[in-house]
Design a protein around this ligand. Structure first.
Ligand code: CO
Length: 215
């Protein structure tokens, strides 16, 4: 354990050296500030590192991760990240990226108790209820879980669109676009679910926030 811990610090020194070799101004440039075009909302799973799988560098992706890439509109941490990314950094894109084989989604599909996390998983169970007919019609359990992962991402895309933060930003500057992706741990490939939303026209009327209520 100590060895592993020490190794991380050694790795860090090697990383700094390699970055400086590539570009002596690497850290000076980053220290000047960030201007990332993208907010990534992903799963906390250790196998889905946002930068690595998208070939992006430090400074290019603003990241929020939690269990099963959820957008819970009472989650202060998520809302704060979203507000900063949208209203200060003016990100052009937000990507919700789920992944096949997600333990959180799998747990939500079952009935086992896990502890306090059950309350978080409840939000994912709600997604199952919304898409109950489609999911119950899939007999193969793996296929059903894969589809549940996809539907959960799509639902989170729309949950993000329902926030006042995103709807107000659309009115002010027509950005960001919200996209839904699923990463496949088995082959490393990302599937674009084809959901890209940049206005509230597809939202049910009750979720639309009227322009004249913007202050
Ligand atoms: Co996961």
């Amino acid at each position: 354990m100590t060895k592993f811990y020490q190794k991380l610090l050694e790795n860090n020194k090697e990383w700094v050296a390699s970055k400086l070799e590539e570009n002596p101004a690497f850290f000076d440039e980053l220290a000047n500030g960030q201007n990332p075009p993208l907010l990534w909302i992903g799963c906390a799973d250790s196998r889905v590192p946002a930068n690595e799988i998208t070939g992006t560098k430090p400074g290019e992706v603003f990241v929020h991760r939690n269990i099963a890439n959820m957008v819970i509109h009472t989650d202060m941490s998520m809302l704060s990240v979203l507000d900063y990314a949208v209203n200060v950094l003016h990100v052009k894109h937000v990507i919700i990226c789920g992944h096949y084989g997600c333990g959180g989604v799998q747990a939500a599909m079952g009935n086992k108790q896990f502890g306090i996390i059950d309350n978080w998983l409840r939000h994912i169970k709600d997604v199952y209820r919304i898409h109950y007919a489609e999911l119950e019609a899939i007999k193969d359990e793996k296929d059903r879980l894969n589809r549940f992962v996809e539907l959960n991402v799509i639902e989170q895309v729309y949950d993000l669109c329902k926030t006042s933060i995103v709807q107000n930003a659309w009115k002010k500057r027509k950005t960001p676009s919200i996209h839904g992706w699923v990463y496949d741990i088995k082959n490393g490939l990302i599937k674009d679910l084809g959901v890209s939303v940049s206005d509230n026209s597809n939202l049910a009327e009750v979720y639309k926030i009227a322009p004249d209520t913007v202050f």
